[in-house]
Design a protein around this ligand. Structure first.
Ligand code: ZN
Length: 128
């Protein structure tokens, strides 16, 4: 798949990257819409600020990374242990970290795009 990959300040490259596969506790989405947040702009113009040169405690990722955290999409695949979502379900991502860095959130929306009507947690790989 093609992605805009952030390497560092004012260094964003359009590249082909491997198609992600969901690991345990992960949810794979087909992104329908993605916003550009002020923090994405800060990262581009002044970064790295929130991206990391050491492994992120939740994802383990370091730069280069794919920016974007304000998105909605359709569930296309579920990792092992995810039982509260189904393929085809529309969701909005609520980017958050818990104090133990173990959770990111997905808020379900109904077929008309209204919502959230329910909340489901997507667990980070390796957590409960
Ligand atoms: Zn944001």
């Amino acid at each position: 798949m093609r992605a805009a990959v952030f390497y560092g300040r004012e260094d964003l490259r359009l590249e082909s990257v491997p198609e992600p596969q969901p690991g345990p506790g992960d949810v794979k989405l087909r992104v329908l819409y993605n916003g550009i947040c002020g923090s994405d702009l800060l990262e581009y113009y002044d970064g790295p600020v929130t991206t990391r040169s050491t492994p992120h405690p939740l994802t383990g990722m370091t730069n280069p990374v794919i920016l974007g955290h304000e998105l909605c999409g359709e569930v296309v695949a579920l990792g092992a242990g995810v039982e509260d979502l189904v393929p085809g379900q529309l969701v909005a991502v609520e980017p958050l970290e818990t104090a133990d860095h173990s959770h990111a959130g997905l808020a379900s929306v109904d077929a008309a795009g209204r919502g959230p009507v329910a909340f489901a947690a997507a667990r980070a790989a390796g957590s409960k």
